[in-house]
Design a protein around this ligand. Structure first.
Ligand code: FES
Length: 142
């Protein structure tokens, strides 16, 4: 009985993964399945939280040393698209000067991801804007 249920659930999960890969593309699927930066950072140098028109929010945490981003993490209350967009902005920010990190645009995020469904493009813009806000917050302080 348990084996039957387990194999049914495995098959169902496999179908969900296959559907996600097919509809969202390989790049989005890979980042969604294997998040690297999705966690709260303790004692960041700066952080920013913004909410989108959908009501979801993204928080970006940056650790900065000598004007460069040396670590980045994020949390989101939003959808899978906001998760993969947060992954892209954190990956981009690490190693950049704060000024450079603060120039990322949502279009750049969409390009890295190979696009998102029309109804989710705002998630990429929200992630990029949150990174820019974190950079602004930092630069206003120094
Ligand atoms: Fe709200 Fe993606 S962040 S729908």
């Amino acid at each position: 009985m348990n084996d039957t249920l387990d194999s049914f659930l495995d098959e169902l999960q496999g179908r969900v993964y296959d559907d996600t890969r097919e509809s969202m593309g390989e790049e989005v699927y890979r980042r969604w399945k294997n998040p690297v930066y999705l966690k709260k950072m303790e004692q960041p140098s700066v952080q920013a939280e913004l909410s989108g028109s959908c009501g979801d929010s993204i928080t970006i945490y940056l650790k900065i040393m000598d004007g460069r981003v040396i670590a980045a993490n994020f949390e989101t209350t939003g959808c899978g698209s906001s998760q993969v967009s947060g992954e892209v902005v954190c990956e981009y920010a690490i190693g950049k000067s704060v000024e450079e990190a603060g120039m990322l645009d949502g279009k750049d995020v969409l390009q890295v991801l190979g696009g998102l469904p029309e109804e989710n493009t705002h998630c990429a813009y929200l992630a990029a804007e949150t990174l820019r806000e974190a950079a602004r917050n930092y630069l206003q302080r120094v």
